[in-house]
Write a protein that binds this ligand. Structure first.
Ligand SMILES: *Cc1c(COP(=O)(O)O)cnc(C)c1O
Length: 370
């Protein structure tokens, strides 16, 4: 599915040097490389404040804490996501309120958000799934109208760009009040372990996020609020500082692979290929096709018999997970998400896909359908 070794081989010397420097300095926690990386990421995203943290799940939790949510407050989000999105909400005793997704972009169906708003709603938490932004212009307008905050889950979309109708372009994670991302190794910008970051343009939120990630402390050993311990290791920051310089090139390689799939599989009528939404670029964290009803698992087994890996992101929507049984949702509540959980299949997608590999994969899929 991914080829991290192949990617690493090409920048091995730079990475080795960066790691060695940290090891030699022994500044493993909050070393100067963390600040350097934060500044580089600030510049890349064109955002005022970047707070690094331990992983993407922590980033979401810290963001929700910084908005001073209270137990029972409602957070509107998508049921078609990785568990972390919902988990951060429920861990804080907030209530996840799910709304269905668009059948073609896999992102939150913005027309379903307003009917879900109640007097308890505090936050809208869109996920930019598979590398493509949700309809942020609509979401920001709606949030303004109802006085809600917006947290973006940009774990799969770092580097993706959203164009507003007035022509302004912003990067995923920099549009809402707070943006969150993950540096899990297989993400578009991955480190060699766990890592995450939180972004905001608001100075007060920036201060608060930083304090929460650091045991609720602004001055060492003085704790104003209850926080958590969530840090990006210096070694990971040093690695990310090297890899961030390659991120745009990596995302273009993914796009090229996606274009190959689009061309080679475009004539197979039974398959639905990824659809680009009008206002967002796509950085193809995942290349996800929709199989004909009832055929996904057979297709997956067939690909596996040809030594082609594939993955199902995600087999069960959040509202039907056992962990969310108490929320009272049932099968049929979000038909698009439920249907897509049965039909989506993600094909190998990474920066090192060779043309022969793509050709082999596409031939196999074409054979299957003819
Ligand atoms: C990966 C991911 C996360 C969580 O990131 P971790 O670093 O693994 O904690 C959150 N949301 C989405 C959509 C993700 O894909």
């Amino acid at each position: 599915m991914v080829d991290l070794k192949g990617q690493h081989n090409k920048i091995r010397d730079e990475i080795d040097a960066a790691i060695k420097k940290v090891v030699d300095s022994a500044a493993f926690i909050n070393g100067p490389e963390v600040e350097t990386f934060r500044n580089r990421l600030k510049e890349y995203l064109d955002i005022k404040h970047v707070i690094t943290c331990g992983n993407g799940t922590d980033a979401l939790q810290i963001a929700l804490m910084a908005l001073e949510t209270e137990p029972g407050d409602e957070v509107i989000t998508t049921p078609f996501t990785f568990i972390a999105t919902a988990e951060a909400i429920s861990l804080l005793k907030l209530k996840p309120v799910f709304v269905d997704i668009h059948s073609r972009t896999f992102n939150i169906d913005t027309s379903s958000i307003e009917p879900a708003v109640t007097s308890k709603t505090k936050v809208i938490l869109p996920v930019h799934l598979y590398g493509q932004c949700a309809d942020m212009e609509f979401i920001m307008d709606l949030a303004g109208k109802h006085d809600l905050k917006v947290i973006e889950d940009a774990a799969q979309a770092l580097g993706s760009e959203y164009t507003f109708r007035n022509g302004i372009v912003k990067k995923a994670g920099t549009i809402g009040d707070i943006g969150c991302t993950s540096f899990f190794p297989s993400k578009n910008l991955g480190c060699f372990g766990d890592g995450g970051a939180i972004f905001t343009d608001d100075a007060e939120s920036g201060e608060k996020l930083k304090a929460i990630a650091s045991h609720g402390s602004r001055i060492k050993y003085y704790h104003d609020i209850t926080g958590v311990n969530s840090r990006l290791d210096t070694i990971q920051a040093a690695i990310l500082d090297v890899k961030l310089r390659y991120l745009d090139r990596y995302n273009i390689k993914r796009l090229k692979a996606a274009e190959y799939y689009n061309r080679a599989l475009g004539d197979i009528e039974q398959l639905q290929l990824p659809v680009r939404s009008g206002q967002s670029s796509h950085i193809f964290h995942a290349y996800t096709i929709i199989a004909p009803p009832g055929q996904r698992d057979a297709l997956r087994d067939y690909l596996s018999s040809k030594n082609i890996p594939s993955m199902v992101y995600y087999p069960v929507p959040m509202h039907l997970q056992k962990a969310y049984i108490d929320c009272g949702y049932r099968e049929g509540d979000f038909p698009v998400s439920e249907e897509l959980c049965k039909r989506v299949l993600s094909l190998p997608m990474h920066t090192e896909l060779a043309e022969e590999q793509l050709e082999y994969i596409c031939h196999a899929i074409t054979d299957y359908f003819t």
